[in-house]
Design a protein around this ligand. Structure first.
Ligand SMILES: Cc1ncc(COP(=O)(O)O)c(C=O)c1O
Length: 358
């Protein structure tokens, strides 16, 4: 039976959805996940802890424990930390906290496509600053000017940027912080592959907020855990937007174990960076392929027959991300780094297509 004429919230019907089509891929390199599951020692510890959970109790000290562990790592206190279901939830709540009818959020374009959706959901006005089309660099002066001219409540910078892969220096981030007065979110989903977190600037700039995730370098995308670092007074305000007991104990215990054992991930992260550099060189050797320098676990390339190449890879059950005709990303493809074998197989398939077309 069809449901008709329900009274939905205004503009909900016009809200865009996040456009990912998922299926069983032979090789899945379309979502910037980590190609490897938990390191065996971490898995053993996680399973041990999960087997002792009191499933009948609401989350309690597990949240505090993770907050304290994260705070300690940055020389902060737990009042500076907010934990969320992925950094997605954190960013969504931030747009909500600094959104509403009369408030403006400013961010570069192209960047993480969810910012548009969060702005719409929060009923905030979004103002975008176009990245330079040649190399996707951000003109800091223009960005600062747009933030100030629009009297923004929140400015967002994804650093390194998804999907272009490039990064601002800490000096550039500091320039933005220095010359603006609104809340400034740095979305550091991929920062482990870059190595320069703006967390060091938090004490100097209390309006600075940093979103981090366990989904990428720590390979915990299934678990959904991210966190926000910021000044205690800002964190206390943003915390009001979360439901009580919003984090489940399975997530908290898993993320806490991974955080405690994060040294186990250092060689993996180095390996992923090495793979990114190796594959960037290989893709750059293909005719008519433009490879954008990346500081992340993915590579963005531009190729005139990107749409056809994506179709060919899809037929071979290789999932990459194609941006089709998205503004500023025409003919661009984003290829996440998987295992060495996966990267070689994807490259082989891409090379065969490109050579046949050349
Ligand atoms: C730039 C950026 N920020 C945030 C996220 C959200 O990640 P998660 O919710 O898994 O922490 C992603 C995921 O792809 C991302 O690319």
């Amino acid at each position: 039976m069809r449901v008709k004429k329900l009274k939905y919230r205004s503009k909900l019907g016009e809200m865009p959805s996040y456009d990912v089509v998922e299926r069983e891929w032979k090789i899945k390199v379309n979502a910037n996940e980590c190609g490897m599951n938990l390191p065996p020692m971490v898995e053993e510890r996680v399973m041990g802890r999960l087997s002792r959970i009191a499933f009948n109790r609401y989350p309690n000290e597990d949240l505090e424990q993770l907050m304290e562990a994260i705070a300690g790592n940055y020389g902060l206190t737990k009042e500076n930390i907010l934990i969320g279901n992925g950094s997605s939830e954190i960013i969504e709540k931030l747009f909500y906290a600094f959104g509403g009818k009369n408030l403006t959020v400013v961010y570069p374009q192209p960047s993480f496509s969810m910012y548009d959706i969060y702005a719409k959901a929060a009923e905030a006005r979004s103002v975008t600053v176009e990245l330079n089309r040649e190399d996707y660099s951000l003109n800091i002066h223009n960005f600062v000017q747009k933030v100030n001219d629009s009297k923004a409540a929140l400015a967002v910078v994804c650093n390194p940027n998804n999907p272009t892969g490039n990064a601002l220096t800490l000096k550039e981030i500091e320039d933005i912080a220095e010359h603006t007065s609104c809340a400034l979110l740095i979305d550091e989903a991929y920062v482990e592959f870059y190595g320069q977190s703006a967390a060091s600037l938090l004490k100097k700039y209390p309006k600075l907020l940093i979103a981090r995730t366990f989904s990428k370098a720590y390979g915990l995308a299934a678990v959904r855990c991210g966190y926000l670092l910021g000044d205690a007074s800002v964190i206390a305000m943003v915390a009001k937007t979360f439901m009580p007991y919003h984090m489940d104990v399975l997530t908290l215990v898993t993320a806490d174990t991974v955080f405690q054992m994060r040294d186990e991930y250092v060689p993996r992260i180095q390996q992923m960076i090495a793979e990114r550099n190796r594959m960037s060189e290989q893709y750059a050797s293909l005719p008519d392929f433009k490879v954008y320098p990346s500081q992340t676990n993915f590579i963005m390339v531009r190729y005139e027959k990107a749409v056809q190449l994506n179709e060919s890879l899809t037929e071979q059950s290789i999932g990459i991300r194609s941006f089709g005709k998205a503004p500023g990303l025409e003919n661009c493809l984003r290829i996440s780094m998987g295992t060495r074998e996966e990267n070689d197989s994807v490259f082989k398939a891409v090379k065969a297509f490109v050579e046949a077309e050349a």
